[in-house]
Design a protein around this ligand. Sequence first.
Ligand code: ADP
Length: 301
Amino acid sequence: MNKHEPLILHEKSLDDVTEKVYGAGVSVSARRRVSGGDINDAYLISLSDGQKVFLKENSASNEDFFRAETEGLDAIAQTGAIGVPCPHAYGTCGGKSFLLMEYIGSAREARGFWEDFGHALSTLHMADTKPYTGTGRYGFIHDNYIGAGPQDNSVKDTWVDFFRECRILKQFERAKDMLPGEDAASIERLMSHLSDYIPEPDRPSLIHGDLWGGNFITGPHGQAMLIDPAVYVGSAEADIAMTQLFGGFAHAFYDSYKESGLIKPGYSDRRDIYNLYHMLNHVNLFGPMYLGSVHNLVSRY
Ligand code: ADP
């Protein structure tokens, strides 16, 4: 399903990689660390032919992170709805795993940035989902990751079943030993009555899956571009809920997004249920300091 078919390479050094990807004799002339990520080491790479590219590195055993990220970027690119950096190659080199992609130079936000971002995201959410699950129903062709945590994308016919079994239950099983009994009981109750709380969407949507403020950047024409996806076919509302978990985007974003009609009445009552998935993932990845947030989300169930 790749338009540009990134290379999968296992080389001794990064210079071996750049030769294979960008041509004979093209090597690394400078490497500058980029901050902001929380999982990988990231670098702006200047090449001997004058190009700039973006490099992410992790331990060799985490090559699958980059397979999944590449697949997610390609899935979003395929819709044509919103920009993503183009992945060039991933694999291993110099004893590490890597992902090499297009470098997006920082630009000022264009006028109408948030309004355009809202429209672009709703266009993504209205794209045909058949290429991503075969049936177009909920899930994704392969499993991927939510942050550094595993994300099960087994395809299900209904959103409620998918969200219960592949999202909440998977995180709950891993977090259970850390959760106070009353919160564990609330989550079990919520799971068994989930269809009372979340409706089936009118249509399945390809969603970014991890859309907090650190996962978009401003592209060369001042427009929003998505990075670091945890894509799957789900409910559009789950993507919007994630944008509100750590503070929220600008009003203009929601105003223009809402024109799509993808946010249904009662959404604000469901938001915490969608975000419970991310908070449980935080407990599993970072430990008990997120238990209070989980308690706040589930105590009313
Ligand atoms: P991580 O996978 O560790 O979370 P990110 O993908 O978030 O890393 O990248 C770290 C930072 O690098 C981001 O916050 C963003 O500012 C910047 N960044 C990510 N992708 C690109 C890119 N293709 N071009 C330029 N900068 C990028």
